[in-house]
Design a protein. Sequence first.
Length: 353
Amino acid sequence: MQLFETVREMGHEQILYCHGKNPDIRAIIAIHDTSLGPAMGATRLYPYVNEEAALKDALRLSRGMTYKAACANIPAGGGKAVIIANPEDKTDEMLRAYGRFVESLKGRFITGQDVNITPQDVRIIKQETNYVVGVEEKSGGPAPITALGVFLGIKAAVEFRWQTKNLEGMTVAVQGLGNVGKNLCRHLHEHGIKLIVADFSPEKTAEIKNLFGATVVEPDEIYSQNVDIFSPCAMGGIINSQTIPQLQAKIIAGAANNQLDNERLHGQRLVEKDILYCPDYVINAGGIINVYNEMIGYEEDTAFKQVNNIYDTLLAIFDIAQQQSITTNDASKRLADERIMKARISKNQLIAA
């Protein structure tokens, strides 16, 4: 990877490499854009195969957060952090050291919990910095509201694709049954949707089968199921040259970040296969909406009104893509870029004044 060229092409403002020997810590904080406000993005702890993979994840996720906040009309920029470590090696000292790195940015970056970071871990990080959210979980955490946003996105995609608001009798394949996936399955079941699910955890699949009568398949079989909708709710990069030929679903609508392995190539492949793709950073924006509202003082009505906007935003994106003959991913970026550019112009005018 050509570091500076990659950062320039992706438009990042700042990359912070966090390293310490006592305690041992290796982390990367990526700040993509702060035109709309301070960069917000959760922290992920993961045993990456190498440092380049960790950097690539941080760069893509932070850029996605910029677009996510812009499309959700949240006055925040995009950032992301990754800690390179095995979950079993996580210590309080490591988390506090990381908190000190976050504090050194003086509010340019505000973080929270992601993969392998728990609410208790967030409380430990908060011992060293105030620039962290998700400690009190006044709303019950980000998972329920993220799942609600994905469900609303599914409804929007169904309405656009088939001109109906009735979901009963449809079949959805859900990949990944963590907190978001489980909550999404509940919404879908309550609306008469048949579920086909996959997860690497037998305990999770057994629970969803018992609760909602779901059909369980092996993880590598989930792509080829004869379903109406495929909902990826696990890790990213799963819409790729190997999986796209297997897909039978006509809609992709899920909570996972960075679902397209190659945004331009695989976004176009989905168009060629007549599959309607809900851009991940639009449909899964419930998480950032949740933590932003906790940061400013949580009011349930305000948060749920913003989540409900995901439905209308996706319909607008589908229309743009159809009218301009572009992918839905490109359409969502154009919408986000317009909002970011307006914010930059407004800032420049204030400075000039």
